[in-house]
Design a binder for this molecule. Structure first.
Ligand SMILES: [Zn+2]
Length: 174
């Protein structure tokens, strides 16, 4: 019976942890029977292979994957939110910009109804879109006008109606 040297015990431990069978280990170490290997395994308390494997893993330095800090993500989201939204092309290409105040009348937020949805008493000031897709202001009209008070004032100036139409046609052609 060959002696169990430190080296041979290390080899046994390694091969056992690798999942080799007792008879395979016996063959590799040489001069041993399968039973001799099993006996040594029991004396070394190696019978739980999982434990040995874990022991070996624990000795191996673990390469930790650096996680991206959550803060970075939050910051990038914040940047997106803070970034001013680009002006919608449709808005830019729509009607002439009107001042937010016409005298003492505040510019209404358009209700954007289409022509078919317009009822009598809705302001017919076109806000955006073309032809059938044209959206109108639709706020209650001012007395004796097809427009709300704000657009009634807007329709009167600056310039004449034909001038405003011409300006609109120029913008459309551009
Ligand atoms: Zn209006």
């Amino acid at each position: 019976m060959p002696e169990w040297t430190e080296e041979r015990i290390d080899s046994l431990r390694f091969m056992w942890s690798e999942g080799l069978s007792a008879s395979e280990i016996a063959t590799r170490l040489g001069g041993l029977t399968r039973n001799a290997v099993i006996g040594k395994v029991h004396r070394l308390k190696l019978h739980n292979r999982v434990c040995v494997a874990k022991e070996i893993q624990a000795k191996t330095p673990q390469v930790k994957v650096a996680k991206v800090p959550k803060v970075t993500k939050a910051v990038s989201v914040a940047k997106v939110v803070v970034r001013p939204a680009p002006r919608a092309a449709s808005t830019a290409a729509s009607r002439p910009d009107l001042p937010d105040m016409m005298g003492s009348v505040l510019k209404p937020v358009p209700l954007l109804k289409t022509l078919v949805d317009l009822t009598k008493g809705d302001c017919r000031w076109p806000v955006e879109g073309e032809r059938a897709e044209t959206r109108f202001c639709c706020h209650a009209v001012s007395q004796g006008s097809p427009y709300c008070e704000y657009h009634r004032l807007a329709s009167k100036g600056p310039g004449t109606k034909s001038e405003r139409v011409a300006a609109r046609e120029l913008r459309r052609a551009a």
